[in-house]
Design a protein around this ligand. Sequence first.
Ligand code: GDP
Length: 194
Amino acid sequence: LHQILTRLGESCSVQDCTIMIKSVDADGDGDSAVGKSNLLSRFSRNQFQLDSKPTIGVEFAYRNIRVGDKLIKAQIWDTAGQERFRAITSSYYRGALGALLVYDITRRVTFENLKRWLHELREYGSSDMVIVLVGNKSDLANSTREVNIEDGQSLAQLEGLSFLETSAMENLNVEEAFQSMITKIHEIMSQKNL
Ligand code: GDP
């Protein structure tokens, strides 16, 4: 699954909120490696790995993000594909408030598969889940691009999503993608609390 899911923690108060960010991997359909781990590690630690991720274990990281006058603690989990063998059920999406839906602009198949994941998010996720469409690996746009920026834009428009192209490698738009999702989640939460 090409997604980075976000959940607000239990300890949410006016002054500070915990947001859990968790990477969800493909369940064996062979088109992972869109860059989820690297987007998370770029966002949390400003690091990029050329090679694949660690094979075992869960990575944790924390980052503080400012939204208006509030400091939000993002707790970041990368489960390194351990969900691969687990059936996807609605419990997976329970409480998720946001998702970065990530595809790889150099592999058309990852874009074609988005509709399926979008359908699943809509079916199991909450109706006001904030979904940001992310076309990753924009640093390869001039050499091996298979998905035009216009394709991303029109899908986003059709489905009512925000859209960005990112490069985890060159640190382009990564901050913006997370910030945009978290800011929107916060707006929705604040409206609900009014
Ligand atoms: P995941 O399986 O979706 O978590 O993908 P990874 O983060 O493990 O990345 C898969 C591969 O793509 C790795 O070899 C990364 O080095 C590479 N990669 C990830 N992001 C980028 C990017 O923005 N640009 C380029 N050129 N390669 C990337």
